[in-house]
Structure formats: C-alpha cells, structure tokens
Design a protein around this ligand. Sequence first.
Ligand SMILES: C[S@@+](CC[C@H](N)C(=O)[O-])C[C@H]1O[C@@H](n2cnc3c(N)ncnc32)[C@H](O)[C@@H]1O
Length: 287
Amino acid sequence: MQPKKETPAPKSPNMWDSEAKYYSLMTLMEVDGTNKQLDCIPLEPDFVVLDCGCGPGRVAIQAAKRVRHVICLDSSERMLEECRKNCAAAGVENVSFVLADWQETEIGRTIPEVDVVIQSRGGGGPSTLDMLRKAARRYAATVMWSDGAPCLPESRSKIFVGCYSEEDMERYPELRPFDRKRRPPRGPGGPGMGPRPDALPMGGRALTEALEAHGIEAHVTTVDEGWNRRFATKEEAYEWLLQLSRHPELVDLERFRANVDTYLTPREGGYEFFLPTQSDVTWFATR
Ligand SMILES: C[S@@+](CC[C@H](N)C(=O)[O-])C[C@H]1O[C@@H](n2cnc3c(N)ncnc32)[C@H](O)[C@@H]1O
C-alpha cells in the first residue's frame, strides 16, 4: 500500500486580514502623528530599521524617509499587501517585505540583524529582552496608546455611533460601537502577549518598570496626535470617511454626517477633519 500523501495543514485565518483595508485607510490620515512619534526615536540616516507588525506601513513609510532601509514584517498577508501598495503610492523604495510571525522569526535567517526594532501598537506582540537584544544593535522602540486615549477601533466607531439599527448590529456584531469595558487588559497577559512568560509588556509604564528591573533606562514621550485629513468640501469628507464602514449601505447617513461634522473645521480652501488621540513612544538601548 502506498503511503498517504501528506497535505499541508490549512492556514488558520489571520484576524488581521479582515482589518487590513480599514487600517490602511486610517494610515492615510496619520502622517503627521506618525512623524511626531518618529521624532521621539533616535533614528540616523544610515540605520536599518525593522518595523515589526508593520500593518499597512503607517510607521514604515515615514521611517523609510529618515533611514537607509526599513524591513516591513507582518504575519498577515493582507496587511503586508496593503503595506506594499502604500509604500509604492508614497514613492518609498528603500523597503523590503517579510511575511512572518515575529515570535517564530530567527534573526540571521528570516531577517538580518538591524539597528532599530520598532513595534507599534502591539505589532508583532511583545518580545523578550533577549530577542530584542539579538535583533537590534542599537535601540528598540514601541508606540502604544496612552492610558485612556482612544485606540484605532474606538476612534473609528466615534464617527459611526448611532448609525446602525439594533437589528443590523444583532446581525453584524462587528458594527457595535467599540466598548472600552470589553477591551482586553494591557498589562502582562494582555492582547498579543504570547505564551512566553518572559515577554516584555509593551505599554509605556509597565515596560519602563520591566526595563528598570534589568537596569535599563527607558525614554518615554507622550505625543498628542490624531487622525487628520483635508477635504475640499463636506460632501467629499462624508464620502471618503464612509469607506471606513464595513457596511456603508446600512449607515444612517443623517446621523453619520452629524457625527463627522463634530470633527470638521472650516479651513481656507475646504475643511480639516481631526480626531485627536495620544500615544506613548518608548525607546531603550538594546546593548
Ligand atoms: C494594530 S496593528 C498595528 C500596525 C502598525 N504597526 C501601526 O502602528 O499602525 C498590529 C499588526 O501586527 C501584526 N501582528 C500581530 N501579531 C504578529 C506577529 N506575531 N508577528 C508579526 N506580525 C504580527 C498584525 O498582523 C497587524 O498588522
């Protein structure tokens, strides 16, 4: 009897794939905030940077304008696809793309050693100090929402609050407004913390404490930022922002326009949309 031919195990669906399109759109509204965050990290023109859990390239694109090369690593195919597209649209060429799970990444094999590792908004989950030291010759940096500041899904749901019927939310639970009470904890054991007991927390204060325990000085800066975009008319703003809905056909447009109006300010030649948030940027020397 012939041995049964092995079929590869089906790939488990990556929850980030379904978020890629929305994260990508919001990336286009965060250029100013991202640059403010990068201003807090000591990047030098000849550095090679790893953007770990790069998503649609929000950090990678702006970082690539400041350093020699950026490696964009993500475990979601769709996110990496958006990242490629956004890098090309921004005319950024000093980037490379790696589809990999950071927790399984081997420095020297999957990716080379770099000068700086950036993990932004939980990208890639936390790593151990040993992993970071091995990966980055110079620094590791994290970008996390400040305590109490709205995260991306929370900000997005602000413009859709009251826009869906109870019946539609029952049918598509993802349309329910972001609920802070259901947000997973941010400390050890929080989202993406991985199975490793020695994983570093990625939130500013907890990370600082963990580093201090190793005698490492952490540099933390709080950055006021937000989602912003200029529109020529209010109609253009409504149309563009409606793309952020998973079911635009179900949106109560009157309520949606009223929500959007609260974040629009008339400016010369049109309107500016601005939805504020805040992040903590932390960096430390790895060696
Ligand atoms: C919240 S998004 C942040 C995206 C981007 N870093 C930013 O700040 O805009 C988290 C990203 O991390 C990626 N990610 C999560 N766990 C990962 C892992 N273990 N290895 C690689 N990427 C991972 C997800 O696919 C997603 O693109």
